[in-house]
Design a protein around this ligand. Sequence first.
Ligand SMILES: [Zn+2]
Length: 315
Amino acid sequence: MPEQTSERDAGACRLCGERPLRMFSAELLECACCGVLTSVEQPRDARAHYSKNFYTEKDAQRFRFGLEWPVRFFRWVRFRRLMRWGPYRRVLDVGTDRGWFLRCFQNRGAEVFGTQLSESAARVTSRRLGREIFLGELPDARFPEAGMDLVCLYNVLEHVREPRVYLREIGRILRPGGLLAIEVPNARCLTARLFGRHWLGWDLPNHIYHFNPASLRALLERHGFTVLAESHWSVEFGPFHILQTILNALGFSRNQLYHWIQREELHDGPRASAVSQITMLLLAFMLAVPCGLLSLLLSSCGQGEVFRFCCRNKG
Ligand SMILES: [Zn+2]
């Protein structure tokens, strides 16, 4: 069960130290200083939570209908984007997914390292890479000081209970001048503001913190990083986020399309009726292309569903 945190004992913002946090909605607290939103409900045991809800126990799969293949392609795209700043000798991926991303670096001769909270994903990734993936939180892994050329933190920081501890640890293990690549959902994008609680990117209670480009940039700069590049375009997340958000707002059960593509054992909520599923799928089919175009337009205006920073460790 998620741990309930009341407004009174939420205390100071864990990212900038300001107080008090104020209610933003029934589910979120806002820091008036740095603008970060914090979820009221938070998972108590992160490792158990991610082991049970994110990957199947047996083979660490997430999606049905062959959708693991596009995910694999997106990890290659992620790798290609980073190679313009490379090459890298040592690469750490925090939250390794199934290891396809690290495999790309390994194929280029890099020594790769990873951390993972899900036991099945850690097992599958360790087998795929032929080396042990650390099962647990990044600060507990105790990687050598200044040993990494690149640290990747894709869609992780919003899940982390103590982001400052993570960023301090990354500053320690990244060599001076090394690169941090980071991606998070954009909690101040137009669709989040327009659709409110229907927005897919809140993903409560999995996401503890909800960043926007200004708040994350300020946090990174306080921890000794210089942002070199900012990007909002994501084929993986942009169109799907918008489509699922619109379906949520139309009254289908929350994240029904997402649950439909997920492996069945990962979703233990109530099942939608056949009529509701067919209606949703027809609508999703009709809205897919408009959502793709809308995502392209919004991300080109700095309103992407997610945003990425490429940062240099000042050391
Ligand atoms: Zn704050």
